[in-house]
Design a protein around this ligand. Structure first.
Ligand SMILES: Cc1cc2nc3c(=O)[nH]c(=O)nc-3n(C[C@H](O)[C@H](O)[C@H](O)COP(=O)(O)OP(=O)(O)OC[C@H]3O[C@@H](n4cnc5c(N)ncnc54)[C@H](O)[C@@H]3O)c2cc1C
Ligand code: FES
Ligand code: FES
Length: 490
């Protein structure tokens, strides 16, 4: 069968058709080296600093959605059918500054200037969606941008002032939205795309069914969704990953469905896409979600990727396990579903055959008397990986604990439940003694490692204290007034 071999996208105001695109070619290298669009900077090349921030517009539920992404870890081939907008596109006739740029100049938001294009693009995305942002919205928009010079205050002042210099409705991306939508609709692929040289091949399947076939034919292929993990394998470790199967464009993996008893999220859904559905179904996850990476990474990274990579310090597995989530895997043989906790077998080993892909996650909705909490402890608040993450889900009936799911990340080789601590709670009344015993039992459940994120002692102490905190935070609702001392790490 012949497949389309060209990648098509819009770059600023121009349509591009590229053949023989290497799977591992990053968007940043393409912009800077091939297109000489050097306004987009390279700082860290690992998605951390935001200097490379650009906007990507893509079709989503029939509309055109623009989001910030990190060009350094985004592969060009994954942008088929998208609109890439760089800082160069912001300047108006005769070099007139864009309202965001004017605000940055007027409020002294730039010193050495290296981070500035990235900040401008993040503020541009914010201004289009929220012309009069709240403090929290500004903080969220800038989570993924680092500046070493300004101290942030002038940039934050600029963020609040952008609207004084222009109206989003007049901005090119809004004013031309209908035309851009039509242009992008016209370049959507009609079948599978295969491009790039044999040693760096990119495959973009046409559907989930086609993805299953591609994996059956290429069992050693690397699946790439948001590339927020895989991007670093390439930019930092130069790891060969060919052939690469991109899945981030597949509508089949993007469904978000709420039924009477569960929320089901497609594996290709990004953190940003499911933020509203997650907060609505599980209010305790709203703040936690905002602590996963930064804005750009949440616009790219998927839940499927977070689960499939099997990291012991991924943020979603502990909370999803505590909620009793199930994962569905798919291949040409069909689908199979298993409890998420059973998916993680050992460090680097998951219950997934080479030709299978993660299709979706089903999370049961909370039942009567269920108390849920999620905690993340990391060195920085934003854009940092957990030292310890925890998801707790406890059911209390008539003052008695009838079930307890206590899951941790960062405490073992896999995300894991604390079986002994759970046993110390179930059957007991909701009281400080039961939680104190359970917190002590965590020491029998885990033998954490020391690494540069945290020492083993610190992790063990934090895990117990998170359970104590859970008790104290929810104690009033259970009618007990017991006190409980929180222990200090040695
Ligand atoms: C700056 C930065 C900050 C970060 N902060 C956090 C954080 O706070 N918390 C956190 O948990 N993570 C964090 N991460 C890691 C990363 O963003 C997440 O793990 C993310 O969910 C990965 O999703 P992805 O779609 O980008 O996966 P990818 O990088 O595309 O893939 C990751 C792995 O999953 C596999 N894969 C992807 N989709 C599927 C599928 N459908 N079926 C089978 N296999 C699949 C890939 O082959 C690969 O092994 C951060 C990353 C960066 C760069
Ligand atoms: S260069 Fe730092 S995030 Fe891309
Ligand atoms: S102005 Fe220098 S890093 Fe931000």
């Amino acid at each position: 069968m012949t497949h389309q071999t060209a990648i098509r996208f819009l770059l600023n105001g121009e349509e591009k058709t590229l053949t023989d695109v290497k799977a591992t070619q990053t968007l940043l290298d393409y912009l800077r080296i091939e297109q000489r669009l050097t306004g987009t900077k390279e700082g860290c090349a690992e998605g951390d600093c935001g200097a490379c921030t650009v906007l990507v517009g893509r079709l989503y539920n029939g509309a055109l959605r623009y989001e910030t992404v990190n060009a350094c870890i985004r592969f060009l081939a994954s942008l088929n059918g998208c609109h890439i907008v760089t800082i160069e596109h912001l300047s108006g006739p005769n070099g007139r500054l864009h309202p965001v740029q004017e605000a940055m100049v007027e409020h002294h938001g730039s010193q050495c200037g290296f981070c500035t294009p990235g900040f401008v693009m993040s503020l541009y995305a914010l201004w289009m969606e929220k012309p009069e942002p709240t403090e929290t919205e500004v903080e969220t928009a800038l989570q993924g941008n680092l500046c070493r010079c300004t101290g942030y205050e002038p940039i934050i002042k600029a963020a609040f002032a952008v609207n004084e210099y222009g109206t989003p409705a007049h901005d090119y991306l809004n004013a031309e939205r209908e035309n851009l939508l039509a242009q992008l609709s016209a370049i959507q692929p009609e079948g599978r795309i295969e491009t790039g040289p044999a040693d760096d091949r990119a495959i973009l399947p046409h559907s989930a069914e086609d993805l299953a076939q591609v994996l059956a034919d290429n069992p050693k292929a690397t699946i790439v969704a948001g590339s927020t993990d895989v991007g670093l394998w390439v930019t930092k470790f130069m790891r060969p990953i060919s052939p690469v199967v991109f899945v981030n464009h597949l509508e089949d993996l993007k469904a978000i469905e709420t039924s009477e008893d569960a929320l089901t999220i497609g594996a290709g859904v990004t953190y940003s896409e499911c933020e509203a559905a997650i907060s609505a179904a599980f209010p305790h996850l709203e703040e936690y979600w905002n602590r996963i990476a930064g804005w750009q990474v949440r616009n790219m990274g998927t839940i499927g990727g977070n689960i499939a990579n099997g990291s012991p310090i991924g943020d979603t597995p502990p909370v999803l396990i505590s909620l009793g989530a199930e994962v569905t895997l798919q291949s040409t043989k069909g689908q199979r579903t298993l409890p998420l906790e059973a998916f993680f077998i050992d460090y680097g080993k998951q219950d997934r055959a080479q030709e299978e892909f993660v299709a979706s996650i089903r999370i049961p909705l909370p039942s009567e008397g269920q108390i849920d909490a999620a905690y993340k402890v990391s060195k920085r608040r934003d854009e940092d990986i957990s030292a310890v993450a925890a998801g707790f889900s406890v059911v209390v009936e008539n003052g008695k604990i009838t079930s307890a799911n206590l899951a941790f990340g960062g405490m073992a080789a896999t995300p894991k439940r604390a079986a002994k601590a759970e046993a110390a709670l179930v059957g007991n009344r909701w009281c400080s003694e039961a939680f104190e015993h359970a917190a002590d039992a965590i020491a029998e459940d885990f033998t954490p490692l020391s690494d540069w994120r945290a020492s083993a002692d610190y992790r063990a102490c934090v895990a117990g204290n998170l359970l104590r905190r859970f008790y104290l935070e929810h104690d009033n609702s259970q009618g007990s007034d017991a006190d409980m001392p929180v222990r200090l790490a040695v």
